[in-house]
Design a protein around this ligand. Structure first.
Ligand code: PEP
Ligand code: MG
Length: 589
């Protein structure tokens, strides 16, 4: 039997199987229907009523999304409501109906085409993407030209289906995924850090993105398999393939259930040494999921995501609303809020940053914040205001030298003084920490650590800069080795320098989520492991299965070996012999 296999990027693990539901994007007409002059008035009234229904619909959705996901996700509907109020849009529709004596459907189709062409000609990528917003609004008006038959839609809502879309806007992703009727998602566009991917991971919904044209290969009623672990999509598979994936799915689901049991157990080694699994998150709504996976705090909130979701720079209130939601949701557990890590390739249209020849080594993170002090102060004020529950910490990314810490501390003191004058409540003992992700900073940890309250090791960048291997370049990824002896020596020095000063230290890069590396880190004295929440159960399972003295010895032995491969083999051999349970973690995720 004929079936299609597509390859994309798996961004949320697991397997979803079922019937498809296509997002009802752009169902415009290609057929021009004329109306006699006497009926033109009726067509104009149809458009007017459709606009009113669309307005009600958007207001309703705005309320719904605000309740489920909070204020910052509802803003997209304000943009849509504004488009709806644009007079020129409607005078164009009216003009086409009158001049061409055409039905409203045709007029809306023409207007949509015109706007899409107009947006396509804009050079700025961010503004070009806004065409989806205009198209969304016009699609809604189009759909509202006829009164909807409610019963059918309600029935569809209850059914659990596979969602296939060209792309989901942040608001759409939140709205559709949080209702509990989506089994899995496949999209033409998107990447691992897209809003849909992040949200889906937190809701445990398998997702494959970057499929280019999956929307054109499927129709309503098709049967789909989405393998979010391997990035595969299969359309209308034969029975044998269905059976194969059903058994994979059962295995994965069983594995997942087993891991989730671990999530509820105590985070202690065999000999009762306490460790802390923490979560790296990008959205406030990830907090509850992180805790359900066993997180004991938010070890890294990547605040740059606040900037990515807006057209203008976020205000202090917008920052504050996000931070306080996270702080409240995580309370009394700690929340480490990292100040923005943007610049370089993560540039923002809101900030006019010049293109740099070597962005990874350029005006990034704290370097950018110290160049835009007003912006930085807005963020520091908001973090401080959100700290009144006393569970918030500030984390500074990309520290390279001692002077930067001095500058940050001066600014921080200035902002605190302002708040005291304004009688605003905040945590006066709030801790300020530095990320160790630039090798130069790592090498002077013994000096830097004296100036901050705690450290967090960002191994993603630390390894990239130390080994001179671009973390996102697949041609050199074979050289990206967390177990490289030089990386281990450096990290040991950082951890032990912090511990010697009696300061807290966390690892918040992907290395903390790798079972073999986590064993060595535990052996070096690390107790705080912050990672993508989905990896917490497996790290917990690994660390719960060993005794501290075994991993301390293991870490010592690892440092005497010559290559990453020797180290990896040594860990496997040693741990397998002594603690076979540590390897029951499997590698399914
Ligand atoms: C890191 O560099 O390890 C880190 C956690 O930060 P990011 O991945 O956001 O650069
Ligand atoms: Mg980093």
């Amino acid at each position: 039997m004929f079936f299609i296999r597509l390859r994309g990027i798996g961004v949320s693990p697991g397997i979803g199987m079922g019937e498809i539901s296509l997002t009802e994007r752009v169902l415009f007409t290609s057929r021009k229907e004329s109306v006699p002059s006497s009926k033109i008035g009726e067509e104009l009234i149809r458009v007017k009523k459709a606009v009113e229904r669309t307005k009600d619909e958007l207001l309703h959705l705005k309320r719904e999304i605000r309740e489920i996901m909070g204020e910052e996700h509802a803003f997209i509907f304000d943009a849509h409501l504004l488009i709806l109020e644009d007079r020129s849009l409607f005078s164009t529709i009216e003009k086409i109906i009158r001049e061409e004596k055409a039905r409203a459907e045709w007029a809306l189709t023409q207007v949509n085409k015109k706007y899409q062409e107009l947006f396509d000609s804009i050079a700025d990528d961010y503004f070009r993407q806004r065409k989806f917003d205009v198209s969304d609004v016009l699609t809604r008006i189009y759909g509202n030209l006829e009164l909807k038959k409610k019963t059918k839609t309600d029935k569809n809502k209850a059914k659990r289906t596979i969602l296939v879309a060209h792309e989901l806007l942040p608001s759409e992703a939140g709205m559709r995924l949080s209702r509990g009727n989506v089994l899995a998602v496949a999209m033409d566009m998107g990447g691992p850090t897209s809003h849909t991917a992040i949200l889906a991971r937190s809701l445990n919904i398998p997702v494959v993105v970057g499929l280019h044209n999956v929307t054109q290969q499927v129709k309503n009623g098709d049967y789909l398999i989405i393998d979010g672990t391997n990035g595969e999509v299969i359309i209308n598979p034969p029975l044998a393939v269905k059976k194969e994936f059903l058994s994979k799915k059962e295995k994965y689901d069983h594995y997942f259930r087993e891991l989730m049991k671990t999530a509820k157990l105590k985070s202690v080694t065999q000999d009762e040494v306490k460790f802390f699994p923490l979560a790296n998150i990008e959205l406030p709504e990830e907090v509850s999921m992180a805790f359900s996976f066993g997180a004991e705090g938010i070890g890294l909130f990547r605040s740059e995501f606040i900037y990515f979701q807006r057209e203008t720079l976020p205000t202090e209130e917008e920052h504050y609303s996000v931070y306080s939601r996270i702080a409240k949701a995580a309370y009394p557990s700690p929340v480490y809020i990292r100040t923005v890590d943007i610049g370089g390739e993560k540039s923002l249209p809101q900030l006019e940053i010049e293109k740099e020849p070597n962005p990874a080594l350029g005006l990034r993170a704290i370097r950018l914040s110290l160049r835009n002090r007003d912006l930085f102060k807005v963020q520091l004020r908001a973090i401080l205001r959100a700290s009144s529950l006393k569970n918030v910490r500030v984390l500074i990314p990309m520290i390279t030298e001692l002077e930067e810490i001095g500058e940050v501390k001066l600014l921080f003191a200035e902002v605190k003084e302002e708040l005291v004058k304004e009688r605003v409540k905040f945590d006066h003992q709030i801790q300020l920490g530095a990320m160790i992700e630039v090798p130069a900073a790592a090498a002077i940890t013994d000096i830097l650590v004296k100036e901050v309250d705690y450290l967090s090791i960002g191994t993603n960048d630390l390894i990239q800069y130390y080994l001179a291997v671009d973390r996102s370049n697949e041609f050199v990824s074979y050289l990206y080795k967390p177990l490289h002896p030089s990386v281990l020596r450096l990290i040991k020095f950082v951890i032990q320098s912090a511990l010697r000063e009696g300061k807290d230290v966390t690892v918040c890069g992907e290395m903390a989520a790798d079972p073999l590396s986590a064993l060595i880190l535990l052996g070096f004295g690390l107790r705080k492991f912050s990672m993508n929440p989905i990896f917490i159960p497996r790290i917990k399972k690994t660390l719960r299965s060993v005794e501290l003295r075994t991993v301390e010895k293991l870490a010592e032995e690892a440092l005497s070996l010559k290559t990453a491969q020797d180290i990896e083999e040594h860990i496997i051999e040693r741990i397998l012999a002594k603690h076979p349970k540590a390897f029951l973690m499997g590698q399914v995720i």
